[in-house]
Design a binder for this molecule. Structure first.
Ligand SMILES: [Fe+2]
Ligand SMILES: [Fe+2]
Length: 261
């Protein structure tokens, strides 16, 4: 199998009718599963495969369930999906959880307690719940680890990100999400990308304090790529600029209540 790591990301070619491999080394793989819809609010779903574990990151809305399931089926039997990371409860992240649980009721749901209290409103409870706040590290069969880091108020109080220790990829949910109509898998120019990040962050993210506080929690991780739920993936050459973007971001209440400072 070809080795694919963050250094190859910018040269990956895509066939939109197939899953796209974003990482492959030592029996550990990460795929981009779509979706293919040309909308400004395009949602990214990822799959981490590590021996008998197959974990969907932000499986997505009901609208795209059949497409995501088809992409999984091009890799492995969908009923072998063993986990879902739900970085918060928004429908574009989590609504398809009930469809996945219909396929395999033993799928483990990785999320925070604040998200967990809301998820049953999609119509299903009693599933296997993994509390990422109480158990912030999850070991995969290969020895790779998923590290969960809470990101309060970016944008949900119980939002969190997932760091993959082997790939050194950060699945960032709505953080570093971008809105655009000329999407590409990876960011080329960070300078040009800022406008697309702003379209999302200025309205959705709570405040500069929340953004800076989150950066303090993750700045010591060795991050080779940032994989958001919307917009393009940020490769290794953009990670430093991406952290600086959040440190300097003025958003949410900084803007709405600017006259109160
Ligand atoms: Fe969201
Ligand atoms: Fe989102």
């Amino acid at each position: 199998m070809n080795i694919i790591t963050a250094t190859n990301l910018s040269s990956i070619s895509m066939d939109m009718s197939l899953p796209t491999t974003l990482y492959a080394e030592n029996g550990h793989s990460i795929f981009w599963l779509g979706n293919t819809d040309e909308t400004t609010f395009r949602c990214n779903t990822y799959l981490i495969v590590d021996q008998h574990e197959a974990i969907l990151v932000d499986p997505g809305s009901k609208q795209y369930f059949s497409q995501v399931r088809q992409r999984v089926a091009q890799i492995m039997p969908p009923e072998k999906v063993s986990g879902m990371v739900l970085c918060h409860q928004d429908p574009d992240v989590a609504a398809s959880m009930t469809d996945w649980l219909d396929i395999n009721s033993s799928i483990q749901v990785f999320t925070t307690p604040r998200t967990q209290v809301l998820l049953p409103h999609y119509g299903r409870s009693g599933y296997r719940y993994y509390d990422v706040t109480e158990n912030p590290v999850y070991a995969l069969p290969s020895g790779a680890r998923l590290k969960f880091v809470e990101a309060p108020f970016l944008h949900f109080p119980g939002a969190f990100v997932t760091y993959n220790s082997q790939a050194r990829y950060l699945f960032s949910g709505d953080i570093w999400a971008a809105l655009d109509m000329d999407w590409a898998l990876t960011v080329n120019s960070f300078e040009e990308h800022i406008e697309k990040l702003n379209l999302f962050h200025l309205d959705y993210m709570a405040s500069n304090l929340a953004a800076r506080g989150f950066v303090r929690r993750i700045e010591n991780l060795a991050i080779d790529a940032i994989l958001p739920q919307h917009g393009s993936i940020l490769g290794p050459q953009h990670v430093t600029a991406a952290l600086d973007y959040l440190r300097n971001l003025r958003c949410g209440t900084d803007i709405i209540y600017a006259d109160m400072e």
